[in-house]
Design a protein around this ligand. Sequence first.
Ligand code: HMN
Length: 288
Amino acid sequence: MKGLYTALMCSFDEQGNINEQGLREIVRYNIEVSEVDGLYVNGSTGENFLISTEQKKQIFEIVKDEVGDRVKLMAQVGSLNVDEASELAQFVTDLGYDAISAVTPFYYKFDFEEIKDYYNTILEGVDTKLIIYSIPALTGVSMNLEQFGELFENEKIIGVKFTAPDFYLLERLRHAYPDKLIYSGFDEMLLSASVLNVDGAIGSTFNVNGKRAKQIFTLAQSGRIDEAREIQKVTNDLISEILENGLYQTIKEMLETQGVHAGYVRKPMKRLSEEKLLKARSIAEKYL
Ligand code: HMN
């Protein structure tokens, strides 16, 4: 399960329906052009929190059908509705996904006991292994070293997607849990996380920048830090331009320039203005 995973985008049409062909094209582009090791399906980048249970299932099915066994698949099933999370965990287990992942429960101020119960409940009926999805900036949930340790006591919890700029905690986690899988979640910090010996990374920009991300990760692993730093610099130039123009919208438009029908974002996300569309195309021309 080690390596680089693209946080997969989903293609939606103008009405917000799933565009199956577009989704299949995004999957193929990631495998054949970006050459990533796996796909992280229905994460933030997949606009997961904006779609229905049925749509989530449809996406899980289409992606598995398109991928077969070519790359590893992680399914993000986390939901404020724990029944939905459990249902999806069972669903992707039956489909043959390699692992599940679940975002920490958000919005309400859950205490740690509640968070622990949430993970244990999701895992009750399934044997599939789980990666915690920790992203404090979006969820407001920050866990400390001991709390991660308590979650890791469940043997089915095999790791964490660590999306935070806290390199002290990352180093402590790496040191304390050498057998758990740690994935870096911020693409702009991939080199710094790789130096701390993470097992892989999961990122949205890998949809268009997978090759550079792979280079950063493998160069860092072999101690070639100067070369890795050069590529992280270009990567961060690219990420800055993407973030300034609109994250998911810009990545989708960049894919469109490559003949991949990545489509539109779902409301309430807004579409790119004409000016920003042109900017997205010029970013693609510059970096792809
Ligand atoms: C997902 O769940 O889709 C991703 O794993 C999330 C991933 O950590 C991305 N975070 C967000 O989009 C909030 C990053 O790849 C991020 O987009 C990138 O580092 C640019 O800031």
